[in-house]
Design a protein around this ligand. Structure first.
Ligand code: LLP
Length: 418
């Protein structure tokens, strides 16, 4: 199985299945649109990454931002994962899911004073600091609380991740981190600052990275910095390579966990320190699908054919926001010729489209389709635009399935308003 990726949504005699459960059966109960996830896919993706780094001390801190449904976070905890939290809310989710504060790295380019105070009071494992000003705020808050905050500085190595520009974070023009060249001086300046203890160095150059070179260059830069800091007398406990490992949205093989590890391990071996990884997408991306019903079909005189779905950018924003590709499959495919479809959502925006000119069998009103590889950055990025209600989420485990989040109601939404 090493190197192979388990894809949970496969055709069966009863139409599309997630592991051993019929997708149609689930949505007959929970309605559409709905997110369905496979526990097996999450387990296998986690274990593949864990196995890939088995030869080097490592800690996987799953990036909650990819999907922080409590049931999924608990599942990851049962596998031995730790977490990367990006907000006060995600810290609470981690604690509710049973993680200890020491299991949390707290990242994020803009942490409020309240969030920093929350993180320091909880005693999170590491705060990944993003700027000289943030280091000073952390120090002042911690000293005021009689605490010592464990910090790592996020460096910006000016490396092109060769991913979509909106999800690249490692160029000097990006808002993230401190320039690599400034880091050593900052560690020196703050070596004796009360309230601060440097325990690591951190880098995260972007997401959906599918070639090893940028990741290797980032690892090399980070390890070199850590070696310099050691020469300066700074005793670090880890180096944090961030997340970023991509997945095969188009079905073509991309960098696997094993290839990723093989590429960065020679750099990590220059230093006898554990590595922290912050994967999100690579753990949950393939595990989830958004299932939706066709609510209208129409044909223009020029031959263009639209299938209007009951899910749109409010449920899965990635195609509208990044022009990103998701495989789409009918739950029960009809026989006959394949036609080019524009698969669009119901929102009053032309960017609300999942795919244009996608070849699929005939679709009719009330047919079900599944938008695949939507486990990461799907449900978590949903909104109530047009007063639409957050979709339910279901977790399949073998032949069982559980509703892990019910559909939001209009009363849930209006409860916040006077
Ligand atoms: N660590 C840090 C500091 C991050 O900012 C991120 C993602 C991760 C780890 C996890 O990265 P991953 O392994 O998932 O690539 N909404 C976008 C992705 C945004 C990623 C933001 N940061 C999308 O739908 O493609």
């Amino acid at each position: 199985m090493r190197g192979l990726v388990y894809l949970p949504f496969q055709p069966s005699a009863a139409g599309l299945a997630c592991d051993l459960v019929s997708v149609q059966l689930i949505v007959e109960r929970v309605g559409t649109p709905a997110y369905i996830y496979s526990a097996r896919a999450i387990r296998e993706a986690y274990r593949a990454l864990d196995a890939a780094f088995a030869d080097h001390p490592h800690a996987i801190h799953y990036a909650l931002k990819a999907n922080s449904a409590l049931a999924i976070v608990r599942l990851l905890r049962s596998l031995g994962s730790r977490v990367d939290a990006n907000s006060g809310g995600e810290i609470i989710v981690a604690l509710r899911a049973g993680f200890g504060p020491g299991d949390i790295v707290f990242t994020g380019v803009g942490k409020t004073r309240d969030e920093l105070e929350q993180a320091i009071a909880a005693g999170v494992g590491t705060i990944n600091a993003e700027s000289p000003g943030e280091l000073e705020r952390i120090a002042a808050l911690a000293a005021g609380m009689g605490r010592v905050a464990r910090v790592a500085l996020r460096v910006n190595p000016d490396i092109d991740a060769r991913s979509h520009p909106n999800i690249s974070t490692g160029l000097r023009t990006n808002k993230f981190g401190v320039p690599l060249g400034d880091a050593r001086q900052l560690y020196l300046v703050h070596r004796t600052t009360p309230g601060l203890r440097f325990v690591g160095v951190h880098v995260h150059i972007g997401s959906q990275i599918t070639t090893p070179e940028p990741l290797v260059r980032a690892a090399r830069a980070l390890v070199s910095l850590a070696l310099d800091l050691r020469a300066d007398g700074c005793a670090l406990e880890h180096v944090d390579l961030g997340g970023g490992l991509g997945i095969a949205y188009e079905g073509q093989p991309v960098l696997t966990a094993a290839q990723y590890a093989a590429a960065v391990l020679p750099e990590l071996r220059r230093l006898d320190l554990p590595v922290v990884l912050e994967p999100g997408r690579a753990i949950v991306g393939h595990a989830g699908a958004l299932v939706s019903r066709v609510i209208d079909v129409k044909r223009y005189p020029d031959g263009r054919q639209f299938a209007v779905l009951d899910a749109g950018m409010t449920e899965l924003m990635r195609p509208a926001l990044y022009g990103s590709y998701h495989r789409i499959v009918p739950v029960v495919p009809r026989d006959g010729e394949r036609i080019r479809w524009d698969l669009v959502g119901p929102i009053c925006e032309s960017s609300d489209a999942f795919a244009t000119e996608r070849e699929l069998p005939e679709l009719r009103v009330d047919d079900l389709v599944a938008v695949l590889d939507a486990g990461a950055y799907g449900a978590v990025m949903a909104s109530n635009y047009n007063r639409r209600l957050l979709a339910p989420e279901v977790l399949v485990d073998g032949s069982e399935w559980t509703l892990i989040r019910r559909r939001q109601t209009i009363d849930d939404v209006l409860a916040l308003e006077s």
